[in-house]
Write a protein that binds this ligand. Structure first.
Ligand code: 5AD
Ligand code: SF4
Length: 418
């Protein structure tokens, strides 16, 4: 059955941006300019920063040793938890004196934090030394915004509420020669009640399989052996594409690429991890036997309040099914402590699931109240001291379990995105 295409794919827009890059390259060729990018948050952001680097280095910018001596400073921000936002505000304040010493310094802010109206209001009011602000939907336009800034000498704010187009063929500078990240989709439709991501990254949009496969084949041609496929919920891959497909089918296509040795992915949502995906993983010699499967909580009561669409029992059954078919699988997870309404029994449930699932590692987060999310308005917000106590209890068990499971493996340098 054919489905309605909802995502427009544009190869032309990158060509337009490329013309701007060439114009800037010519304009700035005698200036030996430098840049410095600081990335907050997840692997999705880290990958976005690789694209920003790609654009800047094509213009002719060279990476500076640190931000204080750079001509172009970029903060690629995160909005998932409040402490990351506070760090950005602190750093912006410090840049004021650096800019006084080097008045030609251009400061750009981008990423998830910039998609929040309250942040934009605060920046315009209190941080007039910021030059360029853009969000998650128009990252590909960075060269154009820089050109506007240079021409007008005024701050440039360009925030889009949503965008259905995916821009292909952007340049990118990778951190490692042998491994690379590849977006397979953008955005999230799940609306977990604590999470800001659907509001700042928009609805799910999948890239076409052919574009993904071509990008990976190109990377392999450049010497890449290992790829990490990125999506907020990879299990939803393909849902908005005209030709019906699935994440498992995409993996099967990618696996056929000659010269590619290792495939990883993140993040699959436990509510819709398919048998087809488990089977493809079990049979594959290239797909890493690691699943990052964020549980968030072991309490069915809290999972319901979080809008996660699974229970303690169904999560444990899923773990059984995965271990049944992939005996050497490594399972890792995310856990949130301090969600509204949490009590000691809920913590006991989470401890039980940690023991049962034998997570090799877990990112354990203290719940952070995000304005605009349903959980921010829930009764029974948990006092900080109690959350810390519970957090330490969870962390102790997580550490004990990972020590047991400890072996050098592919999951150790991950940072969760889902
Ligand atoms: N507070 C704490 N942790 C959060 N996460 C997402 N939103 C919040 C929040 N408001 C965590 C989840 C998710 C990971 C990427 O970040 O555990 O899986
Ligand atoms: Fe989407 Fe993950 Fe956030 Fe849930 S936690 S809304 S699945 S990004």
């Amino acid at each position: 059955m054919k489905r309605q295409a909802q995502t427009a794919i544009s190869h032309e827009e990158a060509a337009r941006q490329n013309e701007i890059i060439l114009r800037l390259k010519d304009r700035l060729k005698d200036e030996s300019l430098t840049y410095f990018i600081t990335t907050f948050g997840c692997q999705m952001n880290a990958h976005d920063s690789e694209k920003l680097k790609g654009i800047l280095e094509q213009i002719g910018y060279v990476e500076a040793e640190n931000e204080l001596v750079a001509d172009f400073v970029i903060y690629n921000t995160c909005a998932v938890r409040e402490n990351a936002e506070q760090r950005v505000y602190g750093r912006i304040g410090h840049l004021k004196s650096a800019k006084r010493k080097n008045p030609n310094m251009i400061i750009a802010l981008c990423g998830c934090m910039m998609q929040q109206a309250t942040v934009i209001t605060e920046l315009k009011k209190k941080h007039k030394h910021i030059d360029i602000v853009f969000g998650t939907h128009n990252l590909y336009k960075m060269a154009e915004l820089l050109e506007t800034r240079l021409e007008t000498n005024h701050p440039v704010y360009d925030i889009w509420e949503a965008h259905k187009e995916i821009v292909e063929d952007l340049p990118s500078i990778r951190k490692h020669p042998y491994k690379a990240s590849v977006n397979i989709m953008y955005g999230c439709n799940n609306f977990c009640t604590y999470c800001i991501v659907p509001y700042v990254r928009g609805r799910e949009r999948s890239r076409l399989p052919v574009d993904i496969v071509n990008e990976i084949a190109g990377l392999v041609n450049d010497g890449v052996k290992e790829i990490m496929l990125l999506g907020q919920n990879v299990n939803s891959y393909g849902k908005n594409l005209e030709e019906s497909t699935s994440f498992a089918k995409l993996l099967s296509m990618i696996e056929k690429i000659d010269g590619l040795e290792r495939i990883r992915f993140m993040t699959p949502h436990p509510k819709d991890l398919s048998d087809e995906l488990i089977d493809v993983m079990a049979l594959s010699s290239k797909i890493c036997h690691h699943i990052h499967l964020p549980v968030q909580s072991g309490s069915s009561k809290l999972l319901k309040a979080m809008n996660r669409h699974y229970t303690k029992e169904s999560y444990m059954a899923l773990v059984d099914k995965i271990r049944d078919k992939i005996s050497d699988v490594t399972i890792t997870t995310d856990i949130i402590v301090g969600f509204p309404g949490e009590d000691d029994r809920d913590i006991e449930d989470t401890l039980e699931v940690i023991r049962y699932a034998e997570f090799a590692s877990a990112f354990t987060f203290i719940y952070s109240k995000r304005t605009g999310t349903p959980a921010a308005n829930m009764d029974n917000q948990i006092p900080e001291a109690l959350t810390k106590e519970r957090f330490n209890k969870i962390l102790d068990l997580v550490n004990e379990m990972s020590l047991k499971k400890y072996h050098k493996s592919c999951w150790q340098d991950l940072y969760s995105i889902g």
